[in-house]
Design a protein around this ligand. Structure first.
Ligand code: HEM
Length: 186
């Protein structure tokens, strides 16, 4: 079967995959043409986030017991303190913190938080996703594999497309609101 180092890589991919799926469904949730599926998209968004977190916990726990490239707890928790690839390891650690804050504020604190503050925190997933993308692409042994390169290109492109659809949707919503306000004033 697989050894620890291979499981670390499999769980890294699973975490990246689930976080990517979660971000995509989160971005597309408000798209008018699929608004009817809003609830389904919301559940996929939420559950993919939790699955990503689960895979991530296994990814980092295995790093602690691995013999090939062992990490200490401090090297995982403290950005830039790892001996192996300090910058790329820090990208992973920082994205873990952001994903944790986003999941916690969304599932536990959402009822008591100011909506604007919550939304600003929630959108931090985009830079965190970008950091996890860079982490996976540049630290991973498997990036030399063509299928894996295609996987990164496809997932990265879908994020850019979903992000653009969302930005365009917010922009058209704001401009039609401005027109309506102007008309009602006069
Ligand atoms: C959101 C957080 C993270 C995600 C999504 C993630 C994802 C990934 C992915 C996709 C790979 C590539 C696997 C491969 O190409 O074989 C990988 C590899 C790796 N990750 Fe992470 N990771 C995260 C956090 C961390 C943290 C915090 C550390 C340690 C500080 C870490 C250490 C490693 C190491 C050492 C590898 C190299 C495995 C290899 O050589 O292939 N990761 N990770």
């Amino acid at each position: 079967m697989f050894n620890t180092w291979e499981w670390i890589r499999i769980c890294g991919f699973l975490a990246y995959f689930y976080f990517t799926v979660s971000v995509i469904f989160g971005l597309l949730r408000k798209t008018p043409s699929i608004k009817k599926q809003k609830n389904l998209l919301f559940h996929l968004h939420l559950n993919a986030g939790w699955m990503g977190l689960l895979a991530l916990v296994v990814h980092v726990l295995l790093l602690l017991i691995d013999q090939y490239q062992p990490y200490q707890v401090k090297e995982i928790l403290l950005p830039f303190s790892a001996q192996y690839q300090p910058l790329l390891s820090a990208f992973g650690t920082i994205s873990i913190y952001v994903f944790l804050v986003v999941i916690f504020t969304s599932d536990v604190l959402i009822g008591v938080m100011n909506r604007k503050v919550w939304k600003s925190i929630h959108f931090l997933v985009l830079p965190a996703w970008a950091l996890s993308f860079l982490h996976g692409v540049f630290i991973g042994t498997d990036t030399s594999n063509h299928l894996i390169q295609i996987f990164y290109i496809v997932t990265g492109s879908i994020i850019i497309i979903a992000g653009s659809i969302r930005v365009y949707g917010e922009y058209t919503k704001k401009s039609s609101q401005t027109v309506r306000t102007r008309r009602s004033r006069g």
